[in-house]
Design a protein around this ligand. Structure first.
Ligand SMILES: [Zn+2]
Length: 214
């Protein structure tokens, strides 16, 4: 998942650079900081970016009112989730500070049950979140992160195997052996690289072969 080399950084707005290979909101959220292995390109740039991302990710119905402080808070939550992802992928415990950050996001918009009387005379029990809309949406992302990093699901959290890709994704393949964020984008590049390496190794016996210099 490469961005153009000549990108004007920092970005003025991030929306054109979002991608959705994470397989769930918590990882698509983490992937809004692109090229973590190199330039760390921020794509949650403005409050408008954050509001539209939350809608695009399906955790808000309409762009929630948001300000610069919300962007800061969202980025902090994102980095806490990512730190937990990195440790989890490495087979280590989730750091306590990450758990606290995720818990903090949930506390800002706690779940609440409500009951309403329907026209039929029956009661309808619903569950929703209290708090400002932007906090409710971020809490939904935090809840997804908490579920993902739980004992049942954490074994499926992955970081793309490509050396030049920092995409995080959730492996839903039956065998649980997915290595790349996208077979089309990273898997094929890796295959081509291996093929070239083998080709070079074979060509190594004839160093005068001009193809071996590529
Ligand atoms: Zn990748």
């Amino acid at each position: 998942m490469d961005l153009p080399d000549d990108l004007d950084l920092p970005l003025e707005r991030g929306e054109p650079y979002w991608y959705w290979l994470g397989g769930r909101p918590a990882l698509d959220f983490v992937n809004t900081l692109r090229e973590r292995w190199w330039r760390r390109v921020e794509t949650l740039v403005t409050p408008g970016d954050l509001a539209r991302w939350l809608v695009a990710a399906g955790v808000a119905d309409a762009p929630p009112p948001a300000g610069p402080a919300d962007v800061e808070r969202a980025r902090a939550l994102r980095e806490a989730i990512d730190a937990a992802v990195v440790e989890t992928v490495a087979g280590r415990d989730v750091p306590a500070a990450c758990a606290e950050a995720i818990d903090g996001a949930l506390r800002r918009a706690p779940l609440r049950e409500a009951v309403a009387l329907e026209p039929s005379g029956a009661l309808a029990l619903t569950t929703g979140r209290d708090g400002p809309p932007v906090d409710r949406a971020l809490a939904a992302v935090a809840a997804d992160a908490a579920a993902m990093l739980g004992a049942a699901e954490r074994g499926r959290v992955r970081i793309c195997a490509s050396e030049t890709c920092s995409a995080r994704f959730f492996d839903r393949s039956p065998a649980g052996a997915r290595r790349w964020c996208s077979m089309r984008l990273c898997g094929n590049v890796a295959k081509a690289r291996r093929h070239r390496r083998r080709h070079r190794a074979a060509a190594g016996r004839t160093p005068s072969d001009p193809r071996s210099s590529t």
